[in-house]
Design a protein around this ligand. Structure first.
Ligand SMILES: *Cc1c(COP(=O)(O)O)cnc(C)c1O
Length: 389
């Protein structure tokens, strides 16, 4: 693979080698369904890896967030907090339930949800429990107007400040759903991302660190949450010989053939994390010292899977110069996520914070981080970037 001839993607699927053997097993036993032994084995593997007792494999990370919110009783008239600096799929499912998202700015240490801004936002909505009754009275019956859930995100694999976020959430009695779609293999205080709060979600979309071509999972320590998710994900069928429903359900289960791909991918997950981190270090060693270029920081007690190497340039113009130079050579790079509070579709949404996320968006760039790239690909990319200075 050479830089000039082939298109280099941001993060292309990278099979480990055993996937087709597992798919063949599924075919040989005719489990071409949304139930089957490969699904069970994939869930078990995710459970062991993340050290989370209960796991349900789903059709996407988006459906996992939708179910998690549903399980927490989010509905019409409710609000849910998430970070503004994220992919839209963190926020879209909130609207599926008729609820409204409230967006929180990032902090500069991890680029994820700022726990201080989160706490300020909650204070403005309602003082901490114990004094809530008083204030609700003063505000004329605005009781229980706190958000129904908080969704922090581990962007590009970097753990959010979960201890602080969990503490604030606990103070206000609000459950936390971790969006770990980009962070399988990352750890925080030596615990796996996705296992750090009430529920966690994962994605196995084609560009994620491992893929089932499309897929996701919901994880929790609480068995009742995952049982409910399984029920809702399979059309909410009551226990009866005929098909009976007392609730609205969904068709959100992962296919068994997709799960077979996941089984093969789980075997190489740690290798992929290792290579992603090598790629990050390769870029960092080569580009450190060049005017203004900085890298997404990794905090003490955090270990990022470095799903995508994200850099911060000096200015929007410099960011664009690099991006366009790479594009000319058929190499994909991408600006960091455009904050949700700046998206036209969320123009009316409430936002708490300053300009951290917006600044990251203006100056930030994700570099090609596919684990199938070799060092000569990386050297080619680095040469192009360096030639712009
Ligand atoms: C990919 C992603 C999702 C959604 O996962 P899908 O499997 O694509 O539905 C959600 N949140 C974040 C931060 C993501 O990167």
């Amino acid at each position: 693979m050479t830089v000039s001839k082939n298109h280099i993607y941001l993060s292309a699927p990278h099979m480990g080698g055993k996937e087709q053997a597992y798919i063949k097993e599924a075919f040989d036993t005719n489990w071409i369904s949304t139930i089957g032994p490969q699904i069970n084995a994939f869930e078990e593997s995710l459970s062991q890896y993340t050290q989370t007792p209960h796991v349900v494999a789903l059709s996407s990370g988006t459906s996992a967030i939708h179910l998690a919110l549903n399980i927490l009783g989010v509905g019409r008239g409710d609000t849910v907090i998430t970070q503004s600096f994220t992919f839209a799929a963190s926020a879209f499912p909130i609207t599926y339930l008729g609820a409204k998202p409230i967006f929180i700015d990032s902090e500069k240490d991890s680029w994820n949800m700022d726990p201080n801004v989160l706490e300020d936002a909650l204070k403005q909505m309602n003082p901490p429990k114990g004094r809530a009754g008083n204030s609700a009275h003063q505000k004329g019956g605005q009781a229980n107007k706190l958000p129904k859930a908080i969704i922090p995100v581990h962007l590009y694999g970097m753990p959010a400040k979960m201890q602080e976020i969990n503490e604030v959430a606990l103070k206000y009695g609000i459950p936390v759903i971790e969006d770990a779609a980009e962070a399988l293999g990352s750890t925080y205080q030596n615990k796996r991302c996705g296992s750090l709060s009430d529920m966690g979600i994962l994605s196995f979309n084609g560009n994620k660190i491992i893929t089932t071509s499309g897929g996701g999972a919901l994880l929790s320590d609480k068995e009742q949450y995952i049982n409910k998710a399984k029920f809702l994900a399979t059309q909410a069928r009551d226990a009866a010989p005929h098909y009976q429903h007392t609730q609205i359900g969904y068709n959100y289960r992962l296919g068994n053939v997709n799960a077979a791909i996941g089984l093969g991918q789980m075997e190489v997950l740690d290798e992929r994390v290792k290579r992603k981190r090598e790629i990050f270090n390769f870029y960092k060693n080569a580009l450190t010292g060049i005017d203004g270029i900085a890298f997404q920081p990794e905090l003490k007690n955090s270990f990022s899977n470095r799903w995508l190497t994200a850099i911060l340039t000096e200015s929007f113009e410099q960011r664009e110069t690099i991006r366009l130079a790479l594009e000319k050579e058929n190499i994909e790079s991408r600006p960091l996520w455009k904050p949700m509070h700046l998206q036209p579709v969320f123009a009316d949404a409430q936002y708490f914070g300053g300009g951290v996320a917006e600044d990251l968006f203006n100056r930030g760039l994700c570099l090609p981080s596919g684990t199938a790239m070799d060092d000569s690909d990386l050297e080619g990319i680095i040469d192009i970037i360096k030639s712009q200075f």
